[in-house]
Write a protein that binds this ligand. Structure first.
Ligand SMILES: [Zn+2]
Length: 420
């Protein structure tokens, strides 16, 4: 008993001193991501949160001077796949790795994001029946490893032969049927509940076919209207949000009408779909870069001809779809859906497609925080938010390529990257 109280006392004393530690980050160029204005200020950090934005450092504070770097809130990517080997584009990549191997890839991919200024990620679903992404989220939250804040989807719900049917084998080669395969309303509800039981934050639906599999057609709606309504109802009732991979026009509209919270890719979005999304407040995560690079890599890294051909065909629709989204002011959030080392290229792609540099940064900060229902915690540098702070060399409002030059990262009050 005495030992037990001794431990408690020591632990309380340690947390008290950590909470009293005040750090003042001198940002000579602090970017307000809401307005685009830049000012000279101190971000006062106590423990893991921002205490205030001040004109001077409080007495006794440890000062970190970031010089002329542009200082931003920690960045947020809303469409990542962490427990994935991004150098392997073969159709059997999911099947040739054990869950431990996938999870270790997840650790490396998480660090690659954190080093690039991304302090929060939404995992958009994984082909891992053991839910490595949930294990990673929990390990990071417990402080077992450094890592970004994670919000994770489970095993994407798919019809048999659909975009997330990971079985590309011959019909007479046996493979387990995974929990995500759902061809009826009942199977859909059960698959949602399976994800919920295994600790997901989001439910991922494959509303249409996609590009990166040998079986599906991206123009075709896969889950039925009834299945998607059932998934939304079951997921929302459990307090989970719903994201839908949707590329073809019919599937996008069906998913929006079913009440999903976010549309992923939306690559063949038409005018009616954009109007519908704007009316309902459905988010779009356009993931532009991954479609562009998918065509660039050609047949390298195991990508096969079917996937490459689909990639070339769908890319023709991308700009038109994005134009409709902008015209109707659809809410847009940032998502890469590619190997993390390319993440800054998504900012460039968004600007090339028509957003201002500030809008592209908003997509990865205030917008992404709102999509995650986390605006009170992340996405802006304001009192009360987590001290997730990033600095980049140069002025990203003048040249968005500066987003690739990350020189400082703090997550929850802890310095993760200090490059100057
Ligand atoms: Zn994806």
């Amino acid at each position: 008993m005495r030992l037990f109280f001794g431990f408690l006392f020591t632990f309380a004393a340690m947390t008290a001193s950590a909470a009293d530690q005040i750090t003042a980050i001198h940002a000579h160029r602090l970017l307000d991501v809401r307005s685009g204005s830049v000012s000279d200020a101190y971000i006062v950090v106590r423990g893991e949160r921002i205490e205030s934005i001040a004109k001077s450092a409080p007495a006794g504070a440890k000062v970190i001077d970031l010089g002329d770097a542009t200082v931003l809130p920690g960045l947020i990517d809303c469409h990542v796949h962490l427990v994935t080997d991004w150098t392997d584009f073969t159709a059997t990549s999911f099947l040739r790795q054990s869950s431990p191997q996938k999870t270790l890839f997840g650790l490396l991919n998480s660090w690659a994001y954190l080093d690039r200024g991304f302090t929060t990620l939404r995992d958009a679903g994984e082909g891992d029946p053991a839910y490595g992404q949930v294990a990673l989220r929990d390990a990071f939250n417990k402080g077992m490893f450094r890592g970004p804040r994670l919000f994770v989807a489970g095993f994407p719900l798919s019809v048999t032969g659909g975009h997330a049917d990971v079985n590309p084998l011959a019909p007479d080669v046996a493979m387990p049927v995974y929990s995500n395969i759902a061809d009826t309303v009942g199977e859909t509800q059960k698959a949602v509940r399976h994800d919920v039981r295994n600790g997901v934050d989001w439910i991922k639906l494959m509303a249409t076919g996609g590009v990166t599999d040998p079986l599906s057609d991206f123009n075709v709606q896969e889950l039925s209207d009834e299945q998607m309504r059932a998934a939304v109802e079951t997921g929302h009732r459990a307090g989970k949000k719903i994201m839908a991979h949707a590329e073809g026009t019919a599937g996008i509209k069906a998913a929006v009408r079913a009440g999903v919270d976010t549309i992923e890719h939306g690559t063949v979005l038409d005018e009616e779909g954009a109007k519908l999304m704007a009316e309902r407040g459905t988010w779009l995560v356009p993931t532009l870069e991954t479609f562009q690079r998918g065509v660039e890599i050609g047949l390298q890294q195991g990508q096969d001809q079917i996937t490459l051909d689909k990639g070339k065909a769908i890319l023709k629709y991308q700009q038109t779809a994005f134009d409709w989204a902008m015209k109707y002011h659809v809410k847009i959030a940032f998502g890469l859906d590619d190997e993390p080392k390319y993440v800054a290229r998504e900012f460039e792609a968004l600007v090339k497609a028509g957003l201002t540099p500030l809008q592209s940064i908003q997509a990865a900060t205030i917008n992404a925080a709102s999509l995650l229902d986390q605006s009170a915690n992340i996405g802006s540098l304001e009192a009360g938010r987590y001290a997730d702070v990033v600095a980049v060399d140069g002025d990203p409002l003048k040249d968005i390529k500066a987003m690739a030059k990350v020189v400082f990262v703090m997550k929850g009050g802890e310095v993760v990257v200090k490059g100057r």
